[in-house]
Ligand binder design. Structure first.
Ligand code: HEM
Length: 201
């Protein structure tokens, strides 16, 4: 018998995260106004401002967390700066915007991985959203659309790297449940924040 079998193609934790968050993803996707016929530049700017109000404190909490798994390059995956760039291009001042204080807990490595799963997975719809905003509002990566396509053509490769990283971290069943709980909490906190900011459909 081989002693060192290849890792499964889909790590158990990834399957659990997908299954556990699927309904929340569908629900949020349907409420986001990217494809609304009434989405104009002002509403899009308010939407990105609300994104900023969530991503900025959450990424800040991640930067201060003691539970970032070893070997994970957080700096290379931060997205707040892209939001700042877009908001400035759209004529908004990010410094003056409200921030969300109800954020997912980051009290273990598993929690951090669950949160990162959501933030990294959120880049996957980017190409679709980027095209929609370009066609509908005439915005490109220099004029307010950089966050939606934050990894550009590297999106698929970076997602694969993230999945491989996720699969390489040893998580027992309890830790896997914690990761799924944190991912679900990230979706819920985000949706509630966007709701409070009155940017959802
Ligand atoms: C209208 C907005 C959105 C669209 C159109 C969209 C679309 C997509 C698409 C096309 C995928 C890839 C599915 C696949 O390749 O199997 C995906 C995956 C994902 N999205 Fe979204 N998405 C949206 C918003 C969001 C938001 C706001 C979040 C979280 C904040 C999010 C989190 C995720 C996650 C975690 C995955 C990874 C699923 C997996 O494990 O493969 N998405 N999305």
């Amino acid at each position: 018998m081989p002693q060192d079998p290849s890792p499964p193609l889909t790590p158990a934790v990834l399957s659990a995260l997908r299954t556990g968050t699927h309904t929340l993803h569908v629900a949020l996707e349907q409420r986001l106004p990217f494809f609304s016929a009434t989405l104009d530049r002002a509403h899009y700017t308010r939407l990105l401002s609300a994104y900023f109000g969530f991503y900025q404190p959450l990424e800040d909490a991640l930067l201060h967390s003691a539970f970032i798994p070893e070997g994970f390059d957080l700096q290379a995956r931060l997205k707040t700066q892209a939001l700042v760039q877009d908001l400035q291009a759209l004529g908004d001042d990010p410094g003056a915007l409200p921030r969300c204080h109800t954020l997912p807990a980051l009290h273990s490595e598993a929690c951090v991985l669950g949160v990162l799963y959501v933030l990294e997975g959120a880049t996957l719809g980017g190409n679709i959203l980027r095209k929609q905003i370009a066609q509908h509002l005439g915005l490109d990566t220099h004029s307010g659309g950089s966050f939606l396509y934050v990894y550009g053509e590297d999106t698929g490769r970076r997602w694969k790297t993230f999945m491989a990283f996720l699969g390489s971290v040893q998580l027992d069943e309890h830790a896997q449940r914690e990761a799924v709980h944190a991912a679900c909490s990230t979706f819920s906190c985000f949706e509630q924040w966007l709701e409070c900011q009155e940017v959802l459909i």
